[in-house]
Design a protein around this ligand. Structure first.
Ligand SMILES: Nc1nc(=O)c2c([nH]1)NC[C@@H]1CN(c3ccc(C(=O)N[C@@H](CCC(=O)O)C(=O)O)cc3)CN21
Ligand SMILES: CC(C)C(=O)C(=O)O
Ligand SMILES: [Mg+2]
Length: 286
């Protein structure tokens, strides 16, 4: 084996995606991936069953997003999601996985009051749900929160650009288009990094700006609607798999049509029951 080939195979055994490790991935593994220049995938997850599917597929990082408000709880926005809801579903995702790093989203109202509230709720997600990291929206505006949580030993992801918890002031629009807004986003990203965040999510920002932020930071950027220049990509899993009802954001790519598949299965079952074709002898006890 050439040295280059040996290095490549050593690298692939450590790779976040396609790697051979079975222990749980840590923030150190995430940092090492940026050093290697590895691009990696992240999906949201909201329950143990689905999370186990993604874990077995090799998805190295999962986010228990407050998008559960939209996808699983039937709210219009993420704003109503509570700590009780986040804790319940995060614990399920942790139980369903062995390898993935699980990040819990801090919901609206769980950290805005200040660093002490933020640390209390981050600690709850770590102790009661077992997440390996938490995420909160905002750069400079959430700096004291990020600093205190990191100082307590809990890894933090910062979420910049479109921050859906601010929908009532921000709407759902591309962020960072003006020079001033782009400059502020760069400042936010650097501030989050300086406060100790181990990654930055960039949602709905121009690709050129996301690439510039990615080059400017030593921690990885995770894009969603932020172009191809980020270190990682995240999607809401029900969007990616074609299960979400109604409109999905333009930045989503649909890799399956589970809504169709599941609806067809439900109709086939219903028709079998109505027509007496189910149950058969093999489904029956005597
Ligand atoms: N199912 C789901 N997918 C998500 O990506 C997602 C959630 N829920 N809930 C939390 C946030 C909210 N997000 C959103 C919500 C709406 C748009 C949206 O309406 N986008 C439009 C307009 C974009 C524009 O300004 O051009 C689009 O067509 O993409 C985008 C992201 C992303 N997150
Ligand atoms: C879209 C991602 C980044 C998120 O915050 C969520 O799913 O709640
Ligand atoms: Mg979120």
């Amino acid at each position: 084996m050439t040295l280059q080939a040996a290095q490549k195979s050593a690298d692939s055994s450590k790779a976040l995606y396609g790697g051979k490790g079975t222990r749980r991935i840590t923030v150190h593994d995430i940092a090492a991936a940026k050093e290697r220049g590895e691009k990696w995938p992240m999906l949201t997850a909201y329950d143990a069953m689905t999370a186990s599917v993604f874990d077995e597929a090799g998805i190295p990082v999962m986010l228990v997003g407050d998008s559960m408000g939209n996808t699983h709880l039937g709210y219009e926005t993420t704003v109503p999601v509570t700590m009780d809801e986040m804790t319940l579903l995060s614990a399920a995702v942790v139980r369903g996985t062995r390898r993935a790093l699980i990040i819990g989203d801090l919901p609206f109202g769980s950290y805005q009051e200040g660093p002490v509230q933020a640390l209390r709720n981050a600690t709850r997600l770590v102790k009661e749900a077992g997440v390996g990291a938490v995420k909160l929206e905002g750069g400079e505006r959430s700096l004291p929160q990020t600093e205190l949580i990191v100082q307590a030993g809990i890894p933090v992801v910062s979420h910049l650009g479109l921050t859906p918890q601010s929908v009532n002031t921000m709407g759902y629009r591309v962020q960072g288009r003006s020079d001033e807004a782009a400059h502020q986003l760069l400042k936010d990203a650097k501030a989050a990094q300086d406060a100790g965040a181990f990654a930055v999510v960039l949602e709905m920002v121009p690709a050129e700006l996301a690439a510039e932020v990615t080059r400017s930071l030593h921690i990885p950027t995770v894009g969603i609607g932020a172009g191809a220049g980020t270190d990682a990509q995240v999607l809401v899993w029900t969007d990616m798999a074609g299960l979400t009802g109604g409109k999905v954001p333009r930045f989503t790519k649909q890799y399956a049509n589970l809504r169709q598949t599941l609806g067809d299965a439900a109709k086939a079952f219903a028709e079998d029951v109505a027509g007496g074709a189910f149950p058969q002898e093999e489904h029956t006890f005597h």
